[in-house]
Structure formats: C-alpha cells, structure tokens
Write a protein that binds this ligand. Structure first.
Ligand SMILES: Nc1ncnc2c1ncn2[C@@H]1O[C@H](COP(=O)(O)OP(=O)(O)OP(=O)(O)O)[C@@H](O)[C@H]1O
Ligand SMILES: [Mg+2]
Length: 325
C-alpha cells in the first residue's frame, strides 16, 4: 500500500464476518452516564462475570509517511465492551493509527492486536472481527440505501439466503428502513453517516471503529447517529473505538478517552478523571470541561497550522465535512 491518500481503499470493507451468529460475550446495557466505569473497574469482570478481554492492544506503534512521522510510539489498550474515544487535534495521527488497527495500513514498527490477533500475521481474522466507518465517505450516491448495504453484505460473505433479511435488519437498526429504496445521493448528511453505520454493522462486528462519524452534522443528526450506535452496542455488547472533534460527544458517550498529540497519547482516562485531574492541577476552583483538557494537552497553538495540523489535514477535514453536509 502506498503512502498516498487512498480514499477508495478506505472505502473498501475490511471485515469478512462469516459468523453472524457469533455470541457476544460481554453484553453491556447502554450508556452509563454518571455510572461510568473508572479505569480500574474496566479490569473487573463484565456483567456476566467473565473477565474482559483486550479488544485492541497497541504497543509502540510507529508510522511515517516518507520523512513525516504520523504515529510516534503509540501505546493504547481498548477493553472489550467499552466505548473508547481517540481524541486529538488535526494531524495528531488518529486516522493513521486507526488504519493500522483495521489492517488498511501495515505496522512498520510496534505491535497491534485485535482480540489477541496480530494485525500483521493474522490479518483475515482481524478483518472478520471489525466494522469500520472511515473518515472519508464510503457510501455510493448512485445506489439506493438498500443496494449500498447489500453490496457490503455480498463482500462480507453474508450467506445468500440471509442477505435480504440481514440488510433490512441493518437498515432498520439505523432508522433508514423507510427510505431504504431511495438513492443515497438524496440522503441528508446524517442519513449518509447512518447508512455507513449500517454497512459497517452488516458483519455483526465485535469491534466497531468509527472515524469522525458525526463530522459536519447538525446537533440533531449527531444525536441520531450516536443513538443508533449506542442502541446496537447495548444489544450486542460490541466494543466501539471512535474518533471525534466534538468534546461534548466524547464526554457523553465515551467510557474512556485518549488524547493524542503529535503521534502519541498524552492523556488517558475517563472524561471525569481527566477533568478532575485538570481541576486539581489548576487549583483555582473552576470546573474544567473535556475541551479544556484538550486545550491543555494540545497546547495553545491549535490555530497555528504549523503546530496543530498541516494544511492537508484541514483541507481533508473540510472536504469530508462539505460532502457530509
Ligand atoms: N496519505 C498521507 N500521505 C502523507 N502524509 C499523510 C497522509 N495521511 C496523513 N498524513 C500525515 O500524517 C499526520 C497524521 O495524519 P492523520 O490523518 O492520521 O491525523 P488525524 O489525527 O486523523 O487528523 P484529523 O483530525 O485531521 O483527521 C499528519 O501530519 C498528516 O499530514
Ligand atoms: Mg483523521
């Protein structure tokens, strides 16, 4: 795979689930606002009494595009059943790291595992376990919603006899049943993102990876996307790894977040713990938000393209937002 931008490769499905009836072992029950597990409790047994596995294990990951280092010694563990947010400014290396996890990029240095399977040596096993909604849009405007999802069902090898029902089910799960036979090109931005969610869910993934699923959406559409993610997750117990620039979303929906900056994790914990830590450090009696933590980690130079992200990052983000909106 070359180092060039390859949106068409991002659009390529990366899961190949042949075991749609795979039991989900760590079913959790919905968002746990106010009752979110701390880092310690995540190591405790899940609600079913079994100990939780590591869904994603990243150790010392490095990735460079030519002479430019995008991921610089990343260490990260996502525990099964949690909603994990990967946050950070434009150009922090989030998408690059995620593409290594999905096997779309190789792992030149370090190690990445998904449910214990090494992404380098056990590529197909990894692909069977995950669903991926890329940052770049992947739905085909010239097909209906149903056709888009059916395409993924075929590629992912959903048995022919089950396909129509599974496609209908996935569309239903994201609230698109009524408009399933309309061209995707006529969908609003929120509907397109939900369609891509249905595509990623057709494989009943154990790990759902979402790269800025709500970019460019209005607040109501954003809530709509998240409602569907959380409903599917509550029903299936799947693990969710998500990136977002919306700190309110991360605060509301993520059990834990990692703040990435210049290719590395700079802060990690529950949103509550990170804001508590910043409050303690400031000691001025104010109540910081997750956005304050973000600013604290990423530094004050966020508007400075030299520091916060290169021109290409901003241009790419705007292009995606424009296509969604
Ligand atoms: N295909 C590419 N070719 C060359 N450089 C790239 C490529 N993709 C990313 N980069 C560079 O790698 C670094 C990390 O980019 P990446 O897309 O992983 O960041 P990000 O955290 O996802 O940013 P954003 O929030 O804007 O999506 C940036 O400096 C970016 O310019
Ligand atoms: Mg990105």
């Amino acid at each position: 795979m070359s180092d060039d931008d390859q949106p068409q490769q991002d659009a390529t499905p990366v899961t190949d689930p042949r075991d749609g009836d795979r039991p989900h072992e760590n079913a959790l029950t919905g968002p746990r606002d106010g009752d979110r597990p701390g880092e310690d409790t995540l190591k405790d047994p899940g609600p079913d009494g079994r100990s939780r596995e590591e869904a994603v294990t990243v150790t010392g990951l490095r990735y460079a595009f030519g002479s430019s280092t995008a991921v610089d010694g990343l260490d990260l563990t996502v525990t099964s059943g949690e909603v994990f947010g990967l946050l950070g400014p434009n150009g922090a290396g989030k998408t690059t790291a995620i593409r290594c996890v999905t096997t779309l990029l190789p792992v030149p240095a370090g190690m990445v595992k998904v449910f214990g399977h090494d992404v380098t040596t056990d590529r197909m096993a990894v692909r069977r376990l995950l669903g991926y909604v890329p940052q770049q849009l992947s739905a085909d405007a010239g097909l209906t919603g149903r056709e888009n999802v059916a395409l993924f069902a075929r590629v992912f090898d959903v048995p022919r006899r089950e396909r129509a029902a599974r496609v209908a089910q996935a569309l239903e799960a994201v609230g698109l049943a009524e408009v399933a036979d309309r061209m995707a090109g006529t969908y609003s931005g929120g509907m397109v993102r939900r369609l891509e969610l249905a595509q990623a869910l057709i494989s009943s993934p154990r790990l759902l990876i979402l790269d800025e699923p709500t970019i460019g959406l209005d607040p109501i559409a954003r809530t709509g996307v998240w409602d569907h993610i959380m409903a599917v997750r509550a029903a299936s117990g799947m693990t969710v790894l998500v990136t977002t620039h919306y700190m309110d979303e991360a605060d509301q929906y993520c059990d834990r977040v990692a703040l990435m900056h210049q290719g590395r994790v700079r802060a990690l914990g529950t949103p509550r713990r990170l804001t508590d830590d910043l409050r303690a450090r400031r000691g001025d009696g104010t109540s910081p938000t997750l956005e304050d933590v973000f600013r604290d980690v990423a530094g004050s130079g966020l508007d400075d393209l030299d520091k916060g992200g290169e021109f290409r990052d901003v241009r790419r983000t705007r292009r995606t937002a424009a296509r969604v909106g």
